[in-house]
Ligand binder design. Structure first.
Ligand code: BTN
Length: 242
């Protein structure tokens, strides 16, 4: 496996896409000590301070159909959630689609990017950020109550060992997806989720509504029962209501 190690970069996803465009092979990872412009979903920024987390991007060149690609982000969440549970956070759970929360606070963000035609996927870049050594007080004030890290949860973790564990879980699940498809992975996602079965508020592009998250469909979309109908959420922000 090729590992590109950087002290500092703007965003490992940007570097990974550059490598992928230049033909880097599947399994290449870009890992950085620090990101100056770490990016999240919906062009939000992702706080990635020096040596206080695992900030990396993995290049994949799957043979599955482009329409399946969005499910690879759920695959990443399952893999990371399992690694976190084994590393001392048994309460780690997935919030749809792919944030990992510990007691309601976000510890991991995942940003998957894709280049594909109708027929085939050129590459997927799976960007994963795991907060390890960030003190609660260090988090920017506006999301201090909503984020956490291994350190803030009182757990010392080796970044090297955790990265190895995450990669091992990712590899296992990726083999499953490539050979058997995503059905089993979506089932696993459901058992690790803190979204299904709960009251949620959904903010999507065109509307905001509340309801009970009841299931995932075969495409990985979230199904929410509003009382009058079942809404299918393809993209959007989901918060779990207390
Ligand atoms: C989110 O929370 O919306 C997703 C955050 C994804 C962060 C990771 S860190 C490594 C990779 N590089 C980035 O710029 N973003 C992802």
């Amino acid at each position: 496996q090729n590992v590109v190690y950087l002290e500092t970069t703007n965003s490992t996803n940007e570097i990974a896409k550059e490598y992928a465009r230049n033909g880097a092979e599947e399994g290449t990872i870009i890992v950085a000590e620090e990101q100056k412009m770490g990016r999240g979903r919906f062009s939000r920024s992702f706080y990635s301070p020096f040596a206080k987390g695992i900030w990396f991007s993995l290049i994949l060149r799957p043979t599955f159909f482009p329409l399946e690609a969005s499910k690879s982000t759920l695959l990443a969440a399952v893999a990371v959630c399992r690694a976190l549970r084994s590393a001392g956070l048994p309460q780690a759970a997935i919030k749809w689609p792919n944030d990992i929360l510990v007691d309601g606070r976000k510890l991991v963000g995942i940003l998957t990017e894709l280049s594909a035609s109708m027929e085939r996927i050129d590459y997927i870049v799976m960007g994963i950020g795991i907060n390890t050594g960030i003190e609660r007080i260090e988090f920017p004030e506006d999301f201090r109550d909503k984020t956490t890290s291994f350190l803030a949860e009182g757990i010392a973790v080796s970044r090297k060992q955790l990265l190895a564990a995450v990669l091992a879980e990712l590899e296992k699940l990726y083999m499953v997806a490539e050979t058997e498809g995503f059905d089993k992975i979506l089932e696993d996602w459901k058992t690790l989720s803190c979204t299904i079965g709960n009251e949620v508020q959904v903010i999507s592009e065109d509307k905001t509504f509340i309801g009970k998250a009841v299931d995932l469909d075969n495409n990985g979309c979230l199904l929410v029962d509003t009382g009058t109908k079942i809404e299918r959420v393809i993209a959007g922000d989901v918060s779990i209501r207390p």
